[in-house]
Design a binder for this molecule. Structure first.
Ligand code: GLC
Length: 726
């Protein structure tokens, strides 16, 4: 029998391999071709069931890919202060892993208080690397809901009261996060400005306030920042849940041309038809579809799961909407977990510690500094008493979904002791406690103990404020009042009777009512500073760092100075909440009604002094398509380097509608050596002069005279110049 000549199998394998290797990969797998071509090719290969699977969760924080086609699952994770520890597949319980700690970054209020685009970009890049290293494709940050009033439990997670500041900085953070091939997720879209009744309250607000105040930050983060995902808010607007809201969806996807994924908040989906037709692309959640809390792995019951599949199979609805959702998810995959060019990230690195420190150094705000008592002069003070629970208290955990398992957190008292060295004797007394249940005997003894120690001190540094406990700065809860928590008032009033001057440091989304503030010599606000919170605070206290933060929010003397409380409704009647203050939020209300808050929006001092020169504009009249360039020289006239945030506000002298006295439309942070002069350069267009016109449903700038107000805060206006819009 003639023996057939057989090629050794290995040669056949090589031959086939050579052919396959040279063959162009399947279009959707070919990352050298246009992403939209890949999307269409992948979509065409999917079965109906695969498409339905992709648009809803398969676990707490993942949604399925398509193993048959090599499309991986999508993994998402919280949160704004760091990549959250691993949770169980189908439960909110932590998985108890030992390798999922993270660098805790400063809260977004601290990022906002930096008023520094580069700091916001650094936050995004750095935190994005940690999400990437943990193989998370979507980082559920930044949150940018407007700080409408001081009681919202999640203000600390957001970026303040002004949409321009929040939007500009959020856009930088988004670009930073996404530079890692990790999607940012701008949340909570929209009008999630309170935690009370957050799952059901219907917000009643004018279209003008909606666009000018509550959507403008989102617009910038999405249109300018290019966010790849957005998270719908739990609450309602126009009596529809924001998760699948016809009106908001049109703005997001038609007006703003958002090509990414709109995902629900966890359990925020309430109706299959609305989810199908009002733009919800990806459903995450807990016990969705009215499931009992006991049902596990019930993901096929989700609104966008079997109920949707059944409607399609029965011919009640078509598949056009489904294909649009899947296109967006495929696009997200090609931008993230199917993007071979993205880096590998890093976590808990020395660089990330340095990043967190750099951010917090610029977020701390020096509010008051009588007699320049700060920075602390070690040759002047020899016995410093540090008082307050927040000097030695974990503030990176808790607070809800933004809480993290930080690899470490430097406590203020430890950093103060380290920086003081042997030159200064540092005593610490807790002074008050947030322990629960309350025990007045223990509390009284802590206070008395601190008061005794105060008599021997020549300087008192009080480190207090809020923490992440429920009803303080914590998701799902609002604060009950703006009064000092944990009887800090009683302690402070007594400490202020001591001979030693008192420096107050507060943590949290804001301060608390302080009728005795006149007796306090110096004040700093440090928000929540993350892993390097203590280091940054000690460096500022002792002058290694010159504070340069500015308030991204108004600090009121008392609650009724806030427009939302004085004019608006809060928290509403359980069904509706009306934002009657309309566009007059924060400093816009303060200016209009001549309120005298404790500290104004944009306020923040330095250890040096700055002199403002004369602004020069390249033109004084503009047409709607023009840009005015304003150059504002600023000089550091002090003896140490410092950073100044030069702010530009626009004032419409005469308008057909009520307008705020002024609105922030520019800010530049200058780093100046002693004696150095640099220019803050602003570019103003007609869009910056516009208001949202409800009649034409568009932005409108009315011809006339506008004042450009330039200063160091919304109160401290240094220079002004008038321009005309023709
Ligand atoms: C929460 C929060 C949201 C968070 C999500 C996942 O309810 O509202 O900000 O990202 O669920 O934890």
């Amino acid at each position: 029998m003639n023996k057939k000549f057989r090629l050794p199998g290995v040669l056949i394998g090589i031959a086939v391999g050579a052919v396959v290797a040279n063959a162009a990969p399947l279009p959707y797998l070919n990352d050298s071709i246009d992403i939209e071509v890949r999307v269409e090719d992948a979509l065409a290969r999917l079965t109906l069931e695969e498409k339905i699977a992709m648009i809803h969760a398969q676990s707490k924080f993942t949604s399925p890919g398509v193993p048959r086609l090599g499309i991986p699952d999508l993994a998402v994770s919280d949160g704004p202060q760091g990549v959250r520890e691993e949770l169980l597949w189908d439960k909110w319980d932590v998985a108890g892993q030992t390798n999922d700690s993270c660098t805790a970054y400063p809260a977004l209020m601290s990022v906002a208080a930096s008023w520094n685009r580069d700091i916001a970009a650094l936050y995004g890049k750095s935190i994005g690397e940690e999400f990437r290293q943990r193989n998370k494709d979507v980082a559920l940050t930044p949150g940018i809901n407007i700080y409408r009033h001081p009681l919202c439990g999640r203000n600390f997670e957001y970026m303040g009261e002004d949409p321009y500041l929040a939007g500009i900085l959020a856009a930088e953070a988004v670009k930073g996060i996404q530079s890692n091939g990790v999607a940012a997720c701008v949340k909570h879209f929209a009008l999630n400005n309170q935690e009370i009744d957050r799952h059901k309250v219907n917000v009643v607000v004018s279209e003008r306030a909606l666009h000018e105040i509550y959507l403008e930050g989102f617009r910038r983060a999405i249109v300018d920042g290019g966010a790849w995902t957005v998270m719908g808010a739990y609450n309602k607007y126009r009596n529809q849940f924001c998760t699948h809201n016809e009106y908001l969806n049109k703005i997001l996807k038609t007006d703003w041309k958002f090509d990414g994924v709109l995902m629900s908040d966890w359990g925020g989906t309430e109706d299959t038809h609305q989810a199908i037709f009002n733009g919800l692309d990806l459903e995450f959640g807990t016990y969705t579809d009215g499931l009992s809390s006991g049902k596990s792995n019930a993901y096929d019951n989700y609104y966008l799961a079997n109920p949707y599949l059944a409607l399609i199979k029965s011919g009640v609805v078509g598949t056009a909407e489904l294909d649009d959702k899947v296109r967006r998810i495929l696009r997200l995959c090609f931008r993230t977990n199917m993007n071979r060019n993205r880096g590998f990230g890093s976590r808990n690195s020395a660089q990330h510690s340095a990043d967190a420190l750099a951010i917090q150094q610029e977020g701390i705000v020096l509010l008051k500094n009588e007699g320049d008592i700060l920075p602390i002069d070690k040759s002047r003070f020899h016995r410093i008493l540090v008082v307050g629970e927040n000097a030695d208290f974990c503030l990176t955990k808790y607070g809800g979904s933004s809480g993290v398992k930080a690899r470490y957190e430097v406590m203020p008292i430890d950093a103060i002791r380290k920086i003081a060295g042997n030159d200064v004797k540092i005593e610490y007394r807790k002074g008050y406690t947030s322990d629960w249940p309350r025990n007045t005997q223990v509390e009284d003894s802590l206070r008395i103990d601190a008061l005794k120690a105060a008599d021997k001190a020549d300087l008192i540094v009080f480190i207090g404020g809020h923490n992440k406990h429920p009803c303080h700065d914590c998701e799902s809860y609002d604060r009950g009042s703006t009064k000092a928590p944990y009887r800090q008032d009683e302690l402070l009033v007594e400490l202020l009777k001591a001979k030693a001057p008192l420096v107050l440091v507060t943590m949290g989304a804001n301060q608390f009512d302080m009728p005795y503030s006149g007796k306090i010599t110096a004040m700093l606000h440090a928000w929540y500073g993350g892993s390097e919170s203590g280091t940054a605070l000690a460096q500022v206290l002792f002058g290694e760092v010159n504070p340069s933060g500015k308030l991204p929010v108004t600090f009121y003397r008392q609650l009724d100075e806030c427009g939302a409380i004085a004019m608006g409704e809060y928290p509403g009647d359980g069904k509706n909440v009306s934002y009657n203050e309309d566009i007059f939020v924060g400093y816009r209300y303060v200016d209009k009604y001549n309120v005298k808050p404790q500290f104004h929006f944009g306020h923040g001092l330095s250890y040096t002094k700055f002199r403002y020169g004369q602004p020069v504009a390249d033109k004084m009249k503009i047409l709607s398509g023009d840009t005015i360039k304003i150059v504002m020289p600023v000089t550091n006239i002090g003896r140490r380097s410092g950073k100044e945030v030069v702010q530009l506000y626009v004032q419409d002298e005469k308008a057909s509608v009520p307008r705020p006295v002024k609105e922030l439309k520019g800010f530049v942070k200058l780093n100046l050596a002693p004696g150095e002069t640099r220019n803050a350069v602003f570019c103003i267009t007609a869009r910056d002069l516009s208001f949202y016109d409800e009649t034409s449903r568009s932005w409108k700038a009315e011809p006339g005279v506008f004042k450009l107000l330039i200063g160091a805060s919304s109160l401290d206006i240094k220079r002004s110049l008038s321009i005309s819009l023709m």
